[in-house]
Ligand binder design. Sequence first.
Ligand code: FAD
Ligand code: FES
Ligand code: FES
Length: 486
Amino acid sequence: MTDNTIRFLLNDELIILENIDPNLTVLQYLRDIRFQSGTKEGCASGDCGACTVVLAELAGEEFNELNYKSANACILFVGSLHGKQLITVEHLKEGEALHPVQQAIVDFHGSQCGFCTPGFVMSSFALHKAVSSPDRAQVVEALAGNLCRCTGYRSIIDAAMASSADAAPDSFARHYHQTVAELKKIHLQSEAQLSASGHHFYSPTNIDQLANYLLAHPKATLLGGGTDLALSVTQQLNTIDKLVYLGNVKELNGLRETEESIIVGSAVPYSLFTPLLHQQYPELGEMIERIGSTQIRNNGTLGGNIGNASPIGDMPPALIALGATMTLRCGNSTREMPVEDYFKGYKVTDLAESEFIQDITIPKAKAGQECKVYKISKRIDDDISAVLAAISIEIEQDSVKNVSIAYGGMAAIPQRAAACEAALKGQPWTQTSIDAAKQALTQDFQPMSDVRASDKYRMTVAQNILQKCFFELQNRHVETRVVNYA
Ligand SMILES: Cc1cc2nc3c(=O)[nH]c(=O)nc-3n(C[C@H](O)[C@H](O)[C@H](O)COP(=O)(O)OP(=O)(O)OC[C@H]3O[C@@H](n4cnc5c(N)ncnc54)[C@H](O)[C@@H]3O)c2cc1C
Ligand code: FES
Ligand code: FES
């Protein structure tokens, strides 16, 4: 049965939304409709963290647990709140007593103009709920998506460190079971929708409902975390007629492992699939931890990164180099394809009408395989790549047995460096071979200049990455020999 409303908890109040334009963001809803102005607007593009809220969503086999995660309210469509608790900064205080994360900001002088403060408080709160006794690196990571122009970060980090050591149960812990029960009543089992001003939002709960809806509405827009899509509304002022939300489709939110591969549902956010990938490919795991911010990785999905087909999306080059494949579904039919074949031209893909990416299969690491990933951006955190290179290589007896190299930011699509690979495959792993590979790269790519980098910079850095990879693997090789001699 389809429910014509979106239902969620705003703090501890049950909200039933109907007749609201689904292009509305959570930030607009909070500030313009609810007049809750504690959540701030800085950039409206997911970059500054001033709008950070926390979502508690049902998790676990029996849906008896809550998963707390930070999110940028400015790029979250209101319909994606269905079945979740939206926690805002106004709700942290108990009576006159500040929540420990708020009190710590006061105690450590972590606020000057205060504009960024609610966002920092909410990111610290999400960390406080999700990780007990985090170390400094975890605190820095949790706060990397929040910008402050006044205070400097040390006092804020110190505050988050201090409050995270406070293990006393807060009001959220005391009301945990009640919140779970309230969210369960919202019937995540049933479809939900929202319509107004000729715009529709549909949230199916299983893959058949999704497939059937897309057959009936082939022009509908698939919505994962919305971390790309929402920008077309908040930055380019477009409106989207029909949104189909994938976040509640059970089959797209699964994560499976076989002996040979990891299978990631297209709607699984980065923060959930990264640990598994990290075990197989540590450098890839480290790179993913630099995609956007914690807020972005809590909501952005693998399907969205591929579906967006940006030439500077970070996952496609890595997936291509690793030989990942994906399953596409349309109606009752499915087809498999290498991720490499999905991209046809600038933002043009092989996705047919009514079709969607179901899941992505990533082969596990083989003995002797090295996966090197290099993300080149102006900042370490929360920055889009100028160039991204992924290199999967097997070196046996000092020569290159297998190699697969893919770049982002070098062409209109994420692409293999075929000439470069040919220059290396079967060749000795030497500086001469690397020089030939660097030269071959000029046959593979004629990069463009844009705000992130010039064509010359891109080519130079792409060649230097090959050199760096050579030195890194060479050094590892030398170290192994020293150990063997000893
Ligand atoms: C501040 C900020 C920083 C960012 N930093 C990075 C970064 O460092 N690296 C990076 O690569 N990206 C970055 N992004 C972009 C974005 O977060 C990622 O591309 C993310 O993976 C998109 O996933 P999503 O679920 O939010 O996609 P959505 O916005 O929901 O969708 C994106 C596109 O994919 C389509 N789509 C979604 N799911 C499917 C599916 N299952 N099948 C077919 N099509 C589908 C949608 O219709 C839409 O066209 C950043 C974005 C922001 C706002
Ligand atoms: S307002 Fe800047 S991230 Fe949302
Ligand atoms: S206190 Fe002013 S921006 Fe952070």
